[in-house]
Design a protein around this ligand. Structure first.
Ligand code: HEC
Ligand code: HEC
Ligand code: HEC
Ligand code: HEC
Ligand code: HEC
Ligand code: HEC
Length: 444
């Protein structure tokens, strides 16, 4: 009977350890993914219900948040980020600053709200140098889903820099506290899991001990017949268990399903490099140059508003400053060495569409007026650049379906706008209504 205890206990322990390790790994991956998006670590799935429960968040269920995510990236991200000021204010805490009954008309037509003399709107408009936010032909449901998405992304380290009310500071404080609570919740779950595992182990050990004690008591009794003794001395037959066709069937099916799932996932991911972040030959930091020192993107990427591709700057451009700045730094000496050897710096390329697709920067930056961050993410905060967007065909098409054309002060579009409005008055004049989803625009 000792052998039962010795054999089954290690199996059980192993099972617990494996389960626990699995859970730990899954939550660590969550945290890593969330961190990359710029949200405070620890604000994992557990935090979502808490934030979504905030008033006027519009029932922030996962579907609404996902829809809001796409709408936000397609329409708002060129000017807004959740936790930092871009062109417009940071939108974190917007439900605390303004009721949803204010947000809906604002997003649909902000100039109307300003014209109506609304104190908050006028003050905000003046604070942002009378820069007009465009009107959006979005439904109430779509705007609420954007708000739900914003609420779900709140709580990063940066304090919101928007807003004008006195309550703003208080809102920011509340948010920081909420962020702290989220991080606390993550730790709390970990501790709970450890306690649960310990309790389970103690339970199993107790049960095994009780079982053995009862057997010892039974063995002491004389009135047992042959069948009772057989049951008493019965051992768990692992061999039979392993050979059982039912078990083999279940394991086989699970194995096949996992294999199928992994297979489909890896086929879908062919050519997908989202998040790709190679180490560069020189520790060049966009955070230091484009962020801290506010050097304009086009100072280095000189062709980005003029031509199809954005160039990577040559060493000469670096020398405009580094002939004077930090000349003793070993990283800067690498630039000098490249120039002496008359060889370009071997930067590793990050973004790379396949040759079958045509993409033109000037069409998007100069003509459409899109910000670099819409597609490349918060480059000005990156020490090392990574590929922020998926760069799949679906990514291009989704934006083309939703993004209104920038027709202002562009004579080329005047007649087209008239034609469009005479036929579908009210419908937004998107890239796709101008043929931007036809195959031949991107493949030829
Ligand atoms: C072209 C830039 C631009 C785009 C695109 C844009 N906004 Fe704005 N937004 C602004 C500016 C600028 C302000 C500040 C007010 C002003 O100057 O009119 C603002 C203000 C706001 C405010 C008020 C913020 C506060 O702190 O009170 C909200 C809410 C808002 N925008 C939501 C949105 C949503 C939702 C979208 C996408 C559907 C969007 N914006 C798209 C530029 C933009
Ligand atoms: C001082 C010069 C400089 C400035 C300013 C600058 N960059 Fe860069 N950028 C570089 C260099 C050098 C590289 C190549 C090395 C690297 O990837 O870090 C690069 C790489 C990139 C890449 C990746 C290219 C690839 O390989 O796919 C993107 C995207 C990018 N920059 C966008 C921006 C944006 C957006 C801004 C403005 C917010 C900006 N850059 C400002 C010098 C600059
Ligand atoms: C417009 C001016 C300007 C240009 C152009 C410029 N830099 Fe810089 N760079 C700076 C400044 C300012 C610093 C920060 C110096 C400091 O920390 O005191 C810096 C710092 C650096 C550092 C960090 C050095 C260290 O050891 O701390 C590296 C590496 C660097 N730059 C590489 C480059 C490369 C590569 C290019 C060309 C693609 C480039 N820079 C172009 C102004 C510039
Ligand atoms: C509409 C989305 C979009 C916008 C806006 C955008 N880019 Fe890009 N960028 C891309 C795509 C897609 C690629 C990959 C192009 C390729 O491989 O042919 C890319 C590639 C790059 C590269 C690598 C060199 C190249 O051309 O392949 C640099 C550098 C770059 N972008 C800088 C910028 C800067 C700076 C801005 C803002 C002035 C900007 N981008 C705006 C989508 C965008
Ligand atoms: C964030 C939104 C956005 C993304 C992402 C985007 N585009 Fe665009 N694209 C636009 C806008 C806006 C225009 C319209 C520019 C104009 O006014 O002509 C446009 C225009 C174009 C055009 C010209 C269409 C025409 O009617 O002549 C092509 C081609 C194009 N995009 C290709 C691409 C490709 C390829 C990708 C993906 C790698 C992509 N775009 C991703 C917003 C986007
Ligand atoms: C807005 C630009 C755009 C339009 C419009 C567009 N595509 Fe694409 N397409 C792309 C891009 C970008 C890729 C490369 C995506 C990648 O590497 O994952 C691509 C890839 C493909 C591929 C190769 C798929 C692969 O995995 O290699 C095929 C086939 C394709 N497109 C067919 C079409 C057809 C058919 C249409 C018209 C119904 C169309 N595309 C319209 C941008 C576009």
């Amino acid at each position: 009977m000792n052998s039962i205890r010795l054999r089954s206990l290690p199996h059980l322990l192993l099972a617990f350890v494996l389960t626990f390790a699995g859970i730990q790994q899954a939550s660590a991956q969550d945290a890593a993914a969330v961190k990359k998006e710029g949200v405070a670590p620890g604000a994992t799935a557990a935090a979502t219900p808490a934030t979504a429960a905030a008033p006027a968040a519009g029932g922030g269920d996962a579907a609404a948040i996902a829809a809001g995510d796409a709408l936000f990236k397609g329409n708002c991200a060129q000017c807004h980020a959740v936790n930092e000021q871009v062109v417009g204010p940071a939108l974190a805490g917007i439900t605390k600053r303004r009721p949803i009954s204010w947000i809906l008309p604002w997003v649909k037509n902000s100039s109307k709200v300003v014209a109506s003399g609304d104190d908050y709107a006028v003050a905000l408009f003046n604070k942002f140098n009378k820069q007009q936010m465009p009107s959006f032909a979005l439904s109430d449901k779509e705007v609420t889903s954007i708000v739900a998405y914003i609420t779900s992304q709140e709580g990063a380290a940066a304090a919101p820099a928007g807003g004008v009310t006195a309550g703003n500071a208080a809102a920011a404080d509340g948010q920081a506290a909420a962020g702290g609570a989220d991080a606390g919740a993550g730790k709390y779950v970990d501790i709970l899991l450890i306690v649960l595992v310990v309790v389970l182990i103690v339970l199993v050990v107790t049960l095994v001990i009780i079982g053995n004690l009862m057997k010892d008591v039974l063995r002491g009794r004389k009135d047992l017949d042959g069948r009772d003794i057989e049951i008493l001395e019965q051992r768990f037959d692992w061999g039979k268990f392993y050979r059982s066709p039912v078990l083999r069937g279940i394991v086989g099916v699970v194995f096949a399903l996992v294999l199928l799932y992994e297979g489909v996932q890896s086929v879908m991911a062919v050519g997908l490099n989202q998040g790709y972040q190679p180490t560069q030959p020189i520790a060049f930091s966009h955070k230091l140059h484009a962020g801290t020192n506010q050097i304009n993107c086009a100072y280095c990427h000189t062709s980005v508003y003029k031509s199809k591709s954005a160039n990577i700057p040559s060493a000469n451009i670096c020398m405009n400053c580094h002939s004077q700045v930090k000349t003793e730094s070993p990283e800067i000496k690498k630039i000098y060495r490249a120039i002496e050897r008359k060889q370009p710096i071997q930067w590793v390329r990050i973004h790379n569409l396949p040759d079958l697709a045509y993409f033109n920067h000037s069409q998007h930056t100069q003509v459409a007026g899109l910000q670099c961050q819409t597609c490349h993410g918060p480059i000005q905060n990156m020490e090392v650049v990574y590929q922020y967007s998926a760069l799949t065909m679906g990514w291009c098409i989704n934006c083309h379906r939703e993004m209104p054309l920038n027709t202002k002060d562009n004579k080329y579009y005047d007649n087209l706008v008239k034609l469009h409005d005479s036929k579908n008055a009210g419908a937004p004049f998107t890239v796709s209504s101008n043929g931007g989803t036809e195959c031949s625009k991107c493949h030829y």
